[in-house]
Design a protein around this ligand. Structure first.
Ligand SMILES: [Zn+2]
Length: 177
């Protein structure tokens, strides 16, 4: 194989706009336009340049990645606690069983438990059992708001669909018991 086959020349045309932009950018980077272009291709082939995702999708992906990292941290903490309490690592079978249940259990709690206790006419946090009571309508409205704040500040999350609809439907019906 000759030098030319091993080191082929690529050539293509750029329209006026892209050509102008390329010249400006290469000047900014203090490189001849040709080297600047080749540098971009080199970076792309090395995996250092990633195609730009659609903005919404990129944000959504970041959120999902964060959720995944949080779940993994919780799982690791659980494993460490087990180690501290029992002085031995969790068995492989326990690990297999726990890992999927951890997130499933958390989600089920948040999705299926209503924060309103109709018997006592109070709101109770489904995660830490903190109570929100009121004597009159002003306090009632304030406590609904406090509950939402509590979720953000103490549990780092927005209200679940159920919590939000329960709170939206909840009307003042007297003082808490
Ligand atoms: Zn709470």
């Amino acid at each position: 194989m000759g030098y030319n086959e091993r080191n082929p020349i690529f050539s293509f045309r750029l329209g006026e706009y892209r050509h102008g932009k390329l010249l400006r950018l290469s000047k900014l980077n203090k490189m001849p336009a040709n080297d600047f272009l080749r540098n971009i291709v080199d970076q792309y082939l090395a995996g250092d340049l990633i195609p730009k995702a659609k903005d919404d999708l990129a944000v959504e992906m970041t959120k999902l990645k964060l959720l995944k990292i949080k779940a993994e941290i919780e799982y690791l903490q659980l494993k460490n606690k087990y180690m501290e309490n029992f002085g031995a690592p969790m068995s492989a079978s326990a690990t297999r069983i726990l890992k999927p249940q951890l997130t499933a259990a958390q989600q089920t709690t948040q999705i299926t438990m209503s924060p309103y206790d109709a018997k006592n006419n109070i709101i109770q946090c489904v995660e830490c059992s903190q109570l929100f009571r009121w004597e009159n309508k002003d306090e009632f409205l304030k406590q609904k708001y406090e509950f939402e704040l509590h979720m953000t500040n103490n549990h780092n999350r927005a209200l679940s669909y159920l919590e939000k609809s329960v709170l939206d439907d909840l009307r003042f019906s007297g003082a808490s018991i």
